[in-house]
Design a protein around this ligand. Structure first.
Ligand SMILES: [Zn+2]
Length: 257
């Protein structure tokens, strides 16, 4: 797949989450015109979902995960970091407490999606690019034990967040080593991108067709991440503004392959 990530971190940085981003109706009108092919979930023999932070797996592919699990497919979630850097002003103690909170939230979301206890690798949030080789080794081990032909879904290498892109690159390395099928899911593309954006490899995109109940399950799972969606201490703004989840639910799930 063509790597188009150069510059996408700058795109995201230029359009921070406080600025709204591309609205869902703009996406829906654009995606209508694209008529993307659909990913055939019946071909999935097993899935490992690699996430940079606790919540990426749910925000990116929660409905697909719920639907595969209901079909009897073995789905495992690997969280590279515990998301301790979500508040850049936090003290070391606050960071440790946030990591524990987010690990707990991830376990609750996994319960909602009916996947087994996620594996938390504990790599440093915000610095995953410095640990890419280790992450690739760990993902390759997980994929090797997931059985032949397993799929690996990871954050997209062009998502515009350095940690997301590092997980995508590590997963690509692990898939090349094990023969697993790589799928990459965007999250922040839905914020900084546009429907006909040349920074997005639309030729490799497939839509994930899911049932309404699976989307409802995704919504419930996402609501487990209260530390991200609710106001912080002294009513500070939530890490993820209120428009983020409705937009993701509206546009649906998509992978690059
Ligand atoms: Zn993330």
């Amino acid at each position: 797949m063509a790597i188009t990530s150069m510059g996408n971190c700058a795109r995201f940085a230029a359009k921070p989450l406080t600025h709204g981003g591309t609205p869902a109706p703009v996406w829906l009108a654009g995606l209508d015109q694209k008529s993307l092919p659909q990913l055939d979930l019946t071909q999935c023999p097993g899935l490992v979902v690699a996430a940079a932070h606790p919540d990426d797996e749910t925000l990116g592919l929660g409905a697909m995960i719920a639907q595969l699990v209901a079909a009897g497919v073995d789905v495992r979630v690997v969280s590279a970091s515990d998301g301790g850097a979500a508040d850049p002003n936090a003290t070391r103690w606050e960071r440790t407490r946030l990591e524990a909170t987010r690990r707990h939230e991830l376990r609750r979301a996994a319960d909602v999606l009916k996947v087994p206890l996620p594996v938390s690798l504990g790599l440093p949030d915000g610095e995953l690019a410095d640990h890419e080789d280790r992450l690739a080794d760990l993902l390759a081990e997980t994929l090797a034990s997931a059985g032949p032909g397993a799929w690996c879904a990871a954050n997209w290498r062009g998502d515009g967040h350095p940690d997301h892109e590092a997980v995508g690159r590590a997963a690509a390395t692990a898939c090349a080593r094990t023969g697993a099928t790589l799928l990459e899911y965007p999250i922040w593309m839905w914020h900084w991108g546009r429907p006909f954006d040349t920074a997005v490899p639309w030729e490799n995109a497939s839509a994930v067709a899911v049932s309404g109940w699976a989307v409802a399950r995704k919504r419930l799972a996402a609501q487990c991440f209260r530390s991200q969606f609710e106001p912080g201490a002294a009513q500070s703004a939530p890490v993820l503004p209120a428009f983020v989840l409705p937009r993701l639910l509206a546009v649906g799930e998509l992978v690059f392959r």
